[in-house]
Design a protein around this ligand. Structure first.
Ligand SMILES: Cc1cc2nc3c(=O)[nH]c(=O)nc-3n(C[C@H](O)[C@H](O)[C@H](O)COP(=O)(O)OP(=O)(O)OC[C@H]3O[C@@H](n4cnc5c(N)ncnc54)[C@H](O)[C@@H]3O)c2cc1C
Length: 376
């Protein structure tokens, strides 16, 4: 009998896992998504380093229209006043087919859903109850449907509800006292190279700008430290904290803004059930300061898929051990960036900029800080 898998959540992690299963195995699977549809209207961008692009290539990522993606070659570092500090050639980690790629999140989701839309996707589904039955897991949903499966893959994001049904030990995500504000724009008065990723570092905040396609659209994400998330007052937050540091940025924010409070997983906990796995943010949610959240979602899906495909009897332990190591390395870097990008004292900013200029030229440092993450 074919083994059956329930994937809970249709974000980057769940959809990548489903594509791998569909393309490379004869397992049966169904994705159960809480929302009533896939969120394709999210206009914002996402960065994918070669570690995740190489995995996406195994499910034909190259078929995405080249007009809808971009391959930035360099990351340019600026002070918040738009004074250039230094640059880092990120394309050095590219291989012929796996290049650092930026695109709209909706472009990525469209690609991932292409092969699996109707047959394997159920919307409006939330777990109500789970029971173990003859070596399988019986999932009952709130709409009174159910499914009996061999494996459950929790891919339902940082606040994973799946965990609450299977795990006694809880690890609540922590609000990092920071807020992300995003927008897409074309016109600006900044002194940047639009083909690169531009990172501006200010006091208690940073912003990242990068191209997301060949239509001159640029994505901007601004991370601001603030103790409270107040979605109704984002414009005044921007005014108070950002525009006071560089008034040239004002025009960019005269548009509809999307914002999120930033959370990260406090403690990485294993699954206590060898039929249940967590991937993507449900395994660990990162700060976005290494731009690896989606990348790690894709990697985790790939690692788990390989273990399940080979019917590895120790899949649960092997998966957790490898993922824990990888996640810890990325977490450490994301947390360090979050700290170093936001110095408030001009003295500390000068020291940071001095080291940054020095380190971007050091092959050994760059290979170990970025290369070890970008190369899978
Ligand atoms: C500001 C910001 C910028 C970022 N930039 C980048 C970047 O440049 N590069 C990068 O790699 N990453 C980036 N990330 C991170 C990245 O977006 C996430 O890490 C990634 O999308 C996580 O994917 P996921 O599938 O695990 O979870 P999610 O995308 O959260 O998907 C979870 C899915 O599960 C569904 N769901 C939730 N609860 C239930 C339930 N109870 N039952 C069923 N379904 C449920 C949700 O509706 C959703 O569809 C950024 C994040 C932020 C906040």
């Amino acid at each position: 009998m074919k083994k059956k898998i329930a994937i809970i959540g249709s974000g980057v992690a769940g959809l990548t896992f489903a594509n791998l299963i569909k393309k490379n195995s004869d397992f049966q699977f169904m994705i159960y998504e809480k929302k009533e549809s896939l969120s394709l209207d999210d206009g914002f961008g996402i960065q994918l380093a070669p570690n995740s692009v190489s995995i996406l290539n195994t499910i034909d990522f190259r078929k995405v229209n080249s007009k809808d993606i971009f391959h930035p070659k360099s990351m340019d570092f600026f002070s918040i006043k738009n004074e250039k500090i230094c640059d880092l050639e990120i394309s050095k980690f590219n291989s012929e087919y796996s290049k650092y790629t930026t695109l709209k999140r909706s472009t990525l989701i469209e690609f991932l859903k292409d092969e699996i839309y109707n047959q394997h996707l159920r919307f409006g589904k939330s777990i109500k109850e789970v029971t173990e039955l003859k070596g399988k897991v019986l999932i009952k949903f709130t709409d009174n449907t159910n499914d009996l499966v061999d494996y459950v893959v929790g891919a339902d994001g940082i606040f994973s509800n799946t965990r609450s049904f299977f795990e006694k030990k809880k690890s609540q995500p922590l609000f990092k006292k920071a807020i992300a504000v995003r927008l897409i724009f074309k016109k600006h008065n900044l002194d940047i190279n639009e083909k690169n990723i531009s990172l501006f570092m200010g006091s208690n905040l940073h912003l990242v700008i990068y191209p997301i396609n060949q239509k001159n659209e640029l994505n901007l994400v601004c991370i601001i430290r603030d103790k409270k998330y107040d979605p109704d007052n984002i414009k005044s937050l921007i005014e108070r904290k950002l525009i006071t540091q560089n008034s040239n940025l004002k025009d960019l924010f005269e548009t509809d803004l999307q914002s999120w409070p930033l959370y990260s997983t406090s403690k990485i906990l294993p699954s206590s059930n060898n039929k249940v796995f967590y991937i993507g943010d449900a395994f660990n949610g990162f700060l976005p300061t290494m731009a690896q959240g989606a990348g790690q979602s894709i990697e985790s899906a790939y690692e788990l898929f390989n273990l399940i495909k080979d019917e590895n009897l120790d899949a649960s332990n092997i998966y957790f051990k490898k993922r824990f190591e990888r996640t810890t390395a990325v977490r450490r870097r994301s947390n360090f960036n979050f700290f170093a990008f936001h110095f408030t004292s001009s003295f500390m900013q000068k020291i940071r900029n001095f080291f940054l200029k020095f380190l971007v030229k050091k092959k050994y440092f760059i290979n170990s800080y970025l290369g070890s993450v970008y190369k899978n």
